[in-house]
Design a protein around this ligand. Structure first.
Ligand SMILES: [Ca+2]
Length: 298
């Protein structure tokens, strides 16, 4: 009799335990929040200018959660991708609910006035065989995002050699922090240190050696000539009033008609153009190259 009673009590306790465990499990299930907040944006693509802080994009974005309600003031920018095209990135907004569920929304952001990095030359890529040939020393690169990125410029030799006298072609290349890479092919001239013509040729100085133009911007090549350094004083130089070697004269004094400007391509077309400026004085002739980069995102 006693044993039967104990068995019944035992069964009842077991049933109660199972029931309690089931109820507890049911309650926990009900309490668990597995639904992430939903983020809504005014448009899938945002267009801003370089001066606009990216955080300002948050102003039109909202977040709503099934349990926590409005989470708009908890939205943050989780990620901005590197450029998928120059001036175009993916931006990811995120919001987290009280249970740690993360809601995300990816959009596109376009910087409408973005400009790719631009190169310049401190001086023409013309070297004497007696000097140390360092092309990158003369190349600078600036970027709207990163500022001066000259020390990131890389160079690849396309043809010729930098080890001896002659002409070589090199490609310079730079990438900014958003992953935009630009490159430019440039000519490098190495002249024999004892070559009298190379030593005494007048040097045409430009106020820029690489010029970036928009697709439609007009350009008159002679306007970029800053001066002419006369390295040898012969009768022609003397007739111009020059008495000392290495005197820099203005184009007006030198005579604009002495400077020959040629370009084998159509300067109004989009692309890279080489404009040659050449001149002769007292039997010595020399020249300078201007690279014109027109259009694209320049
Ligand atoms: Ca939730």
């Amino acid at each position: 009799m006693e044993r039967k009673k104990l068995r019944i009590i035992g069964c009842a306790v077991l049933l109660l335990a199972i029931g309690a465990a089931g109820a507890y499990h049911f309650l926990v299930e009900r309490a668990a929040d597995r639904v992430a907040p939903v983020i809504e944006v005014p448009a899938d693509t945002f267009s801003i200018t370089m001066d606009t802080p990216v955080s300002s994009l948050l102003s039109g974005v909202t977040a709503f959660d099934d349990r926590d309600g409005d989470l708009t003031n908890r939205i943050f920018i989780e990620k901005i991708s590197k450029f998928v095209a120059p001036g175009k990135s993916h931006i990811t907004f995120a919001a987290v609910d009280a249970s740690g569920n993360v809601g995300k929304k990816q959009c596109t952001v376009i910087w409408s006035d973005y400009v790719s990095p631009q190169f310049d030359l401190k001086q023409p890529l013309r070297f004497s065989s007696a000097e140390r040939i360092n092309v990158l020393d003369r190349i600078t690169a600036v970027d709207r995002l990163d500022g001066d990125i000259s020390n990131h410029v890389k160079m690849t030799l396309l043809s010729g050699t930098l080890a001896g006298v002659g002409n070589a072609e090199a490609e310079v290349r730079v990438t900014n922090s958003m992953g935009d890479t630009v490159s430019l092919a440039v000519n490098v001239e190495i002249f024999e240190a004892s070559d009298l013509n190379a030593i005494y040729a007048p040097e045409i100085m430009l106020n820029k050696y690489i010029l970036y133009l928009s697709e439609t911007e007009p350009f008159i090549p002679e306007t970029i000539v800053e001066g002419i350094k006369v390295r040898y004083v012969g009768t022609q130089a003397a007739a111009l009033g020059i008495t000392e070697e290495d005197t820099v004269v203005m184009p007006e004094q030198y005579g604009k008609n002495r400077i020959r400007i040629t370009c084998e391509t159509d300067l109004s077309a989009v692309g890279v153009h080489e404009v040659r400026y050449t001149t002769s004085l007292d039997g010595y002739s020399g020249g300078t190259t201007l690279y014109v980069v027109r259009g694209g995102d320049a």
